[in-house]
Design a protein around this ligand. Sequence first.
Ligand code: ADP
Ligand code: MG
Length: 469
Amino acid sequence: MSDGQHSYYEFWKETVSRIKQTLPQQEYHTWFNRLSYLRSEKGKVILGGASQFILDTVITRYRDLLVNTLSELTGEEIGVEFEVASRDVLEMDSGTTAGEDAQAPQKVEVKRSVSAQKSARLRAESNLNPSYEFSSFVLGDNSAFAYNASLAIAKNPGVSYNPCLIYGGVGLGKTHLLSSIGNYILENTPELKVMYVTAEMFTNEFIESIGSQKTQHFKNKFRKVDVLLIDDIHFLQGKDSTQEELFHTFNNLYDAKKQMVFTCDRPISELKNITDRLSSRFERGLNVDLQPPNYETRMAILKKKLDARGSSMSEEILNYIATNVVTNVRDLESSLTKLVAYSELLNMEVSFDKAKELLGVLPAHAANANQTLSIDTIIKVVAQYFNISTFEIKGKKKNKSIVQPRQIAMYLARDITDFSTTEIGTEFGGRDHTTVMHSFDRIEALMKADEAFTNTVMKLKRDLTTIKS
Ligand code: ADP
Ligand code: MG
């Protein structure tokens, strides 16, 4: 593609090939296969991406890298600009979509003529719970990535992120997002056949089909869908023949460019007893995580849920819930339900004291989790994870295999509990509070630099915050 004297096309190709060598393969494919050279102007290169979501991510993560590499190669200062470009324009530049396995776009022609009857049948067959929609999902920093990816998939199934995996702890909105994708597609692209199942349903149906000698029927059922949504795939751990069946279903749908989205309660790398070939399929596409919401998001969720019920509650009580229920959205909801039910039954407003009393007696309630989660428990969980003893964590040994777990445990104690750094230091074999602070900073820095390390710390944090008092 020549555009006169300022063409930086060759430099762009070289830039991409250099970046490819430095990034993990999956990361490269996720972002650079969706980015394309459009044209050059004096001192700048204009790149195109299929959606603003892709561009936003590329800009945040790679703009500096692109500018630096281009400038270094050309010996000039080169700026980079981004535009949302239609798929057709992007396809023309196959030289720089550059992906060996960039997928051909699936042309989705919306036929508005699908009859109401047929769409009702498709809805029924989809297994979807219609109450989960994007519009009722409250966005926060913890969920923006997963939400945007889900919406992009819903708008363009089979095109951009296939497969996609959404992972995160219990009650953080995985089922909500997964179902929202399905409901959105049913609504907007009604000729596509959408199927939602939990991994458990998939397993049970598969077993049943063997018993009744209808495996072919089972295979056909799952291989003829356009969009397959499977919830909670961690359920498949140790279930070898179901994994095998899913592996073949996956390959079939993948080759046919059908959209698949999965959810899991942890990153794929932490699953046990899953065959490598299946886990590599899950990891192939985009993997996005859901984290617990922060205080502001918790408040926003509470308010939205109250609104949806047409109820109200004092700011003081909402603040109390948002401050104390920190585990996940499901626990937030159940606290709210409890108070709303009480107030509706007695037809009176709940006082702050009454609210505290009611929430205090919720059986598996996590309101006190953070106060009651002892530093000892944190030490124990971390020690167990790293296969060392709690004495070693509290002790004085300085080998790396012990120092790092020790620092992680201090980090988590400071992050999750309300104990002061002095109190934490004391529990860690009488260390000074500055040691705790130093460890915290050190772990934070490591997390910024290393994604795998971050995953480990986050996994431990999830495990700890789901320990009920
Ligand atoms: P998971 O599948 O991750 O265990 P769910 O999707 O079942 O979690 O979510 C638990 C409950 O919390 C559901 O009622 C869901 O609607 C609600 N929920 C989760 N995340 C959000 C959110 N960000 N905004 C609004 N509601 C949410
Ligand atoms: Mg779920």
